[in-house]
Design a protein around this ligand. Structure first.
Ligand code: PRP
Ligand code: MN
Ligand code: MG
Length: 183
């Protein structure tokens, strides 16, 4: 196994865990979309790694497109303001849309996106979230249809998840050492 990055306190999802999770999600999605041709929408930037893996586990015909939004910017907390940095190139009227997200935290990003895509006349909209943050006593703004893993309410990075654009390249998901972001 590769050495742990010095800024990472502990690994919560190893490469093997991730492989298993994404394989299971691919099976669930493939079963539910049998006979359909969903458009998988990756929410950039965070979801690009997960989406690339998920697509290769989907066995039904599907298309992919990308949308870039940002709610966190360089900060640690969601600002609640979702900015569209890049829109879809695909017409989604009448399409079955599956939104692929790396993580659902407050759910603000996804609830905004679902409303937006519903307004464009998608036939169905579902959410596939690789990770969902468990925040005690708090309900997220949306409920994902597919959940990869529940993760603790810590600042986590890796497998597409960043802190100030760093750590997206880590092949595992880990908890960032607080001293890294409290500096
Ligand atoms: C992160 C993450 C999700 C969103 C989750 O994206 O990738 O998209 O925040 O938070 P929420 O449920 O509280 O809305 P970010 O805004 O950091 O952009 P990025 O994907 O480019 O890192
Ligand atoms: Mn994101
Ligand atoms: Mg981010």
């Amino acid at each position: 196994m590769a050495e742990l990055h010095p800024d990472i306190e502990s690994v919560i999802l190893s490469e093997d865990d991730i492989k298993q999770i994404v394989g299971r999600l691919g099976q669930e999605v493939s079963r539910d979309y049998e006979g359909k041709n969903p458009l998988v929408v990756a929410v950039l930037r965070g979801a690009f790694v997960f989406t690339a893996d998920l697509l290769r586990q989907i066995t039904v015909p599907c298309a992919v497109d990308f949308m870039a939004v940002s709610s966190y910017g360089a900060g640690v907390k969601s600002s609640g303001v979702v900015k569209i940095l890049k829109d879809l190139d695909t017409e989604i009227q009448g399409r079955d849309v599956l939104i692929a997200e790396d993580i659902l935290d407050s759910g603000l990003t996804l609830s905004y996106l679902v409303d937006l895509l519903r307004g464009r006349g998608a036939k169905s909209i579902k959410i596939c979230a690789f990770a969902v943050k468990d925040i005690p006593g708090h309900t997220a703004a949306v409920t994902p249809d597919y959940v990869g893993a529940h993760v603790p309410n810590e600042f986590i990075v890796g497998y597409g998840l960043d802190y100030a654009e760093r750590y997206r390249n880590l092949p595992y998901v880990g908890i960032l050492k607080p001293e890294v972001y409290s500096k």
